[in-house]
Design a protein around this ligand. Structure first.
Ligand code: AMP
Ligand code: MG
Length: 338
């Protein structure tokens, strides 16, 4: 089945479950709920707002998401990121902000997050869909283009050497969710946003109930392996091997690359979800934790302590950080040691 169809189906199921939407669908408009779906940043985005009576905030959000898409697209030749990858220098504030955060999280995570992997992603075919298994010597030849130390930021400018290219796909949607949240909060509007693998709750539901968020089951992405409840604004960002991948000789090659090998991560994890206050941080971490694997990720959580996480293993076991125990509504899980 084509990916776009899956995304649409999935987004619908997510919203139905994540927002207790079934009763709302039968009287949404009269209860002040508005919904819109757009395609931006290479994914289906579903926005559901409460109390945006004249549609002004929804219009602002969709313009914002489309503008970020135009600014940060790695493939469109009009984008600021494309210009950086061609010209080696930028003063674009969004790129500087995201690259700075990536540098921080990369340093914290022992290099698991690396936004310079784009030449390797291209070789594996992840942007063109011309998938192939890249020979080791070809990956070795890419080494001198890759590495976070290639990025220098000073005097309000970011610079990269010729041949190095940045890809902000690991954290751009988290940043987009933060921007949407800020606009909604300023306008006093609550709601839930599903930006691909990024769920963002904003404000308090008008009925005072918690938001309900479903985490996709990697074995059956139309279903959930865990549902969680949260009050207020939170980012819940998932990275996994089921989102974008190809298969050769029974081996699954996913879109998240290990900076140590420049090859798709091959571990026992199927997915990780990070729950945090800031979408940008949660998104950067979700990718890093997927690369690190569960054990290193657990140690990282103990060291950082400023996020919650859910790990889903290939054998179906689900592990959660202790604070999430009381937040689970449905699904079986084990709690990791504090
Ligand atoms: P996410 O879905 O947030 O985990 O981001 C995955 C996307 O980030 C991929 O589609 C690539 O564009 C990019 N990417 C892949 N591997 C890495 C990595 N180790 N560090 C940073 N970005 C990556
Ligand atoms: Mg991410």
């Amino acid at each position: 089945m084509c990916k776009r169809y899956w995304s649409l189906l999935l987004a619908l199921v997510l919203l139905l479950s994540a927002c207790d939407l079934l009763p709302d669908l039968m009287g949404g408009a009269s209860r002040g709920i508005s919904e819109t779906s757009i395609w931006a940043m290479d994914t289906q985005m579903d926005l559901q707002l409460y109390g945006d009576t004249d549609g002004a905030v929804m219009t602002e959000l969709t313009s914002l998401l489309n503008a970020l898409d135009r600014e940060l697209s790695v493939t469109s030749d009009g984008s600021a990121l494309y210009a950086l990858n061609e010209g080696g220098e930028t003063d674009n504030e969004t790129i500087l902000k995201l690259a700075s955060k990536a540098k921080d999280v990369s340093a914290l995570s022992g290099g698991a997050l690396d936004i310079t992997l784009y030449p390797a992603s291209l070789a594996w075919g992840f942007t063109t869909h011309n998938y192939r298994v890249v020979p080791a010597e070809e990956l070795e030849a890419l080494r001198d283009k890759v590495g976070m130390e290639k990025i220098t930021i000073s005097d309000g400018k970011l610079r990269i050497p010729a041949g190095t290219m940045l890809d902000l796909g690991a954290l751009a949607k988290g940043y987009a969710a933060d921007c949407c949240r800020a606009k909604m909060e300023a306008a006093g509007i609550s709601g839930i946003l599903s930006l691909g693998g990024n769920l963002q709750t904003v404000g308090t539901k008008p009925d005072g109930e918690d938001w309900i968020v479903g985490l996709q089951d990697p074995e059956n992405p139309a279903g959930f392996c865990l549902t969680l409840k949260f009050p207020g604004s939170k980012a819940a960002v998932s990275s996994g091997d089921y989102q974008r991948f190809f298969q050769r000789d029974e081996i699954r090659y996913c879109h998240i690359l290990d900076p140590k090998t420049l090859a798709p991560v091959q571990g026992s994890l199927r997915a990780v979800t990070v729950i945090a206050d800031e979408g940008l941080y949660a998104d950067a971490l979700s990718t890093a934790l997927f690369v690190m694997g569960r054990e290193a990720g657990e140690a990282f959580w103990r060291q950082q302590g400023d996020f919650q996480a859910v790990w889903i293993e290939a054998d179906g076991r689900v592990f959660v950080t202790p604070e999430l125990k009381s937040r689970v509504l449905e699904g079986s899980f084990e709690v990791i040691d504090p």
